[in-house]
Ligand binder design. Structure first.
Ligand code: 4AD
Ligand code: MG
Length: 498
């Protein structure tokens, strides 16, 4: 089989493609069919005098998403998507599609989510899934090349790893089970057997808030390393993210282009060392005069941008009257884009007072909210590592800072451009008696966690690990503003189908 992605190997040859109609236009004696085959899109030109009458009629009958086999000569054409064009000699219909619900016109997101099973075929969604796949591949490469063993943690569990507030409960014969929130506790057991391991699996949290960063079912990659302390953990997390971003930049250029991702920004994110700041320093930054000034500047910048865009829109509207048809279409598109940008600016301007309030009055001991994370990362081009959080707001298994018992040896990695926390990790408590105490403090039963305590009885060692949220990483690298487009079939509150 020949695939569109490999047409460059078949220049000037006759090939047959199998695929679906993505789009079509016609002029008097020509059809321009955009055919997609899963690997890409190719413009196929059907000239009335180059094909049989049957094939010509078939071309006329094709509606969006109809399936077909199409044969022709591969010709290089710079203007075509993908750089090649097919000069059609024959085509055969496999199925004429019924009226396809997702047309090139704009649809609301609810409608698209209802039709997620079809929406996946659209080009932007296609590109995002290709990037997701590249990220997954890069993750395995990174760990496998460094001698980590991939091991699977169970999905049914009796243990709550990340607090008891967002557990999904399910019946397990006559016992109560949970869907796992994290593979970590099992990862720790595996690391004591294999030294370096990583889990890669689905995790579940009953997130009752609807945000653009939260799914109820998401995929997490959790390396766990025996004999690693917090610093080694941070080092690994930084190398890991740099590796993944570089692979995506190297290999998914055209997908990032489809997504209109600003790759210069993305390149900058891996060009430098990631800053490491303590939670306490982060709090000082949020409360600083510098932050107040930055927020003032944000308002000013947005107000100025708003005026510029409004002016541009006025000028375009004036031009519209006399413009040629093609230019009118261009203007309409641009006016629509400007509308979107203006909505975003208005929303920001409405929100900035809350952001300011949250940042400048931030109290040591609270957890960062989404806007605090965004403001913290705005000062950097790269992700930032925030370490040593108040133990009170972190999980029971984290080791305390020997220098200050109030602090946990935790680390979060915050992505730039407002994508927030992508990694959470820590050094683990390795001492049996201390861990027992923590279980009690957190109201967790020693009975259920008995096996976990065993790890501290039989050759306990310092160890550390972290978890990367796959969907947030995809959102960041693709520049998507909501995690719902980062996974084939997203699960969120109120969304169980398709
Ligand atoms: O920070 P979290 O809760 O850490 C853990 O679960 C640790 N047990 C990991 C470890 O040390 N092995 O979650 C880790 C990451 C977050 O940084 C975020 O990227 C992602 O998982 N995440 C979510 N992604 C999408 N939807 C949600 N509801 C998420 N909750 C966490
Ligand atoms: Mg976290």
């Amino acid at each position: 089989m020949v695939y569109i992605s490999n047409l460059s190997d078949h220049e000037d040859q006759k090939v047959t493609l199998k695929g679906w109609i993505y789009n079509s236009r016609s002029s008097k004696n020509l059809f321009f069919l955009e055919v997609r085959d899963g690997s890409g899109i190719c413009q196929c030109v059907v000239a009335k005098d180059s094909v049989s009458e049957e094939a010509w009629e078939a071309a006329d009958s094709l509606r969006q998403e109809s399936s077909l086999e199409i044969t022709g000569i591969v010709v290089e054409d710079e203007r075509s998507i993908g750089g090649y064009e097919l000069q059609v000699t024959n085509l055969e219909v496999i199925q004429i599609a019924e009226d396809y619900p997702i047309t090139p016109k704009e649809h609301g997101v609810d409608f698209l989510m209802e039709n997620r099973h079809l929406w996946l075929r659209s080009q932007r969604q296609w590109a995002a899934m290709r990037v997701r796949n590249e990220i997954i591949y890069a993750i395995h490469m990174f760990f496998q090349e460094r001698g980590f063993v991939q091991m699977d943690a169970p999905i049914f569990t009796g243990n709550a790893a990340e607090g008891t507030t967002n557990l999904f409960e399910t019946a397990y014969f006559d016992e109560e089970a949970y869907l796992t929130q994290s593979g970590q506790l099992y990862g720790e057991a595996m690391a004591m057997a294999h030294g370096l391991i990583y889990t890669f699996g689905p995790t579940f949290r009953a997130e009752k808030s609807k945000t653009r960063r939260h799914l109820t079912e998401f995929w997490m990659i959790e390396p766990e390393m025996a004999f690693y302390d917090l610093n080694m953990n941070m080092e690994l997390a930084e190398d890991f993210i740099k590796f993944v971003v570089n692979r995506v930049l190297e290999r998914r250029h055209s997908e990032l282009e489809i997504l209109e991702r600003d790759t210069e920004k993305l390149k900058k994110t891996v060009a430098d060392d990631f800053p490491r700041i303590s939670y306490t320093e982060a709090v000082e930054t949020l409360r600083s005069d510098k932050m107040a000034k930055m927020l003032d500047q944000m308002v000013e910048d947005r107000e100025q941008k708003r005026e510029e865009l409004k002016q541009e829109r006025e000028e375009l509207k004036k031009e519209h009257g006399q413009a040629k048809k093609w230019r009118k279409a261009q203007i309409d598109q641009r006016v629509k884009d400007i509308g979107g940008r203006l909505d975003q600016i208005e929303e920001d301007l409405r929100n900035i007072p809350d952001w300011r309030d949250s940042a400048l009055n931030f109290e040591w001991g609270e957890d960062f909210g989404g806007s605090d994370e965004t403001l913290l990362t705005m000062q950097y081009d790269t992700p930032v590592l925030v370490h040593r959080y108040p133990a009170e707001i972190k999980a029971f298994y984290m080791k305390r800072d020997p220098e200050d018992e109030k602090l946990a040896l935790a680390v979060d990695m915050l992505a730039p451009e407002g994508y927030g926390e992508i990694i959470g990790g820590s050094e683990r408590e390795a001492d049996l008696e201390t861990l027992r105490k923590r279980l009690t403090e957190h109201g967790l039963s020693e009975e259920v966690f008995g096996w976990y305590l065993d790890l501290r009885k039989y050759g306990s060692v310092p160890h550390s690990g972290f978890g990367l949220g796959l969907e947030r990483t995809v959102a960041w690298l693709c520049g998507l503003d909501h995690v719902r487009e980062t996974i084939p079939f997203p699960r969120m509150m109120g969304r169980l189908t398709p």
